[in-house]
Design a protein. Sequence first.
Length: 414
Amino acid sequence: MADAYIIDAVRTPRGIGKVGKGSLAHLHPQILGATVLSAIRDRNNLDTSTVDDIIWGTSSQRGKQGGDMGRMAALDAGYDIKASGVTLDRFCGSGITTVNLAAAQIMSGMEDCVVAGGCEMMSYTSSSADPSVPPMIDGGNLRLRAKHPQSQQGVCADAIATIEGIDREAVDQLALTSQQRAKRAMDEGRFDKSVVPVHNEDGSVALEKDEFPRPNTTMETLSGLKTVFNMYMDIPIDEEGNTYGSMIFNKYPDLKGKMNHVHHAGNSSGVVDGAAALLLTSKEYADKHGYKPRARIIATANMGDDPTLMLNAPVPAAKKVLEKAGMTKDQIDVWEINEAFSVVAEKFIRDLELDREKVNINGGAMALGHPIGATGSILIGTVLDELERSGGQYGLVTMCAAGGMAPAIIIERL
């Protein structure tokens, strides 16, 4: 197969995902997408008439986030009308999947230049949701619910913590580490290479730095936060009498009466707005246009796991992509596992017996936030920047996704 190269990676700062509080919340989601697509074009003098496709990730595809954002954002950015676009949803894993599919198109020889990325305006999706309808991954399909009960994700996180014996102190400690590393990264300008400012329509700057981190976080402040997802347990979700709690207990009855609720706002991923984009090309295209590739795609993989626990697929996904690459974990210099909830990253580190100094080196979603459809693309860019900063060679990115899934990717710095 041909090689697929990463030429560049950009992202917006992540804004607080609440209307009236976040600096990006007043903008149309397509404007965030257009921001990163414009940056990819302008930074690389990209002739957009030669872009074969734009593969985009957006999880909540309704209202302003509907209508194929990949295509609409490209048109808003002023891309040539020849540059096609498609938008997909693999829940939280969308932003890795867009890059993986772009790489596959190039490696197969079907395409030569693809822009991959994603966007999620959580300020919009949370404010536009119907509060009378409990959000459910299964779309209200009771037949599927009987086969594979899928609860609220935070409830799943607490269930995993209970099964694994991971206590409150451990998940809080990881959350503190995330905040400390994010602060260090921002203070040292580690994100500056990739972060591009977002502008208002009048040209003024809306946001130029991540605004979600809480750098003054301490173990004391974390330990003082009340757990959240115990309050979800008895919420009714259908006419069959199911609750978020019973969805777990139907599959794992031994957990009934024994749930250890450890997650709260401080050790769960932040609700934010953000977008990211990467430019991928073939060797021939890079040579023709004078591009110096920053990285090469080594391997990609997808993995499914138990949809009831929902968040456990990253470990088998990492093992699968390492096997596809013919590599061992010791060859990976930089790991990124999305901090959807602290227990996800903690279990990942423990199960794979990883060096913690190589995992989420510059903080993660507990400190910086998790704009669902964009996060995977953000993390690939973060790994690339860190490999270049530290001189490492290989980076692995994976993340849990609703439905019990995880995409994964390994890149090599060039």
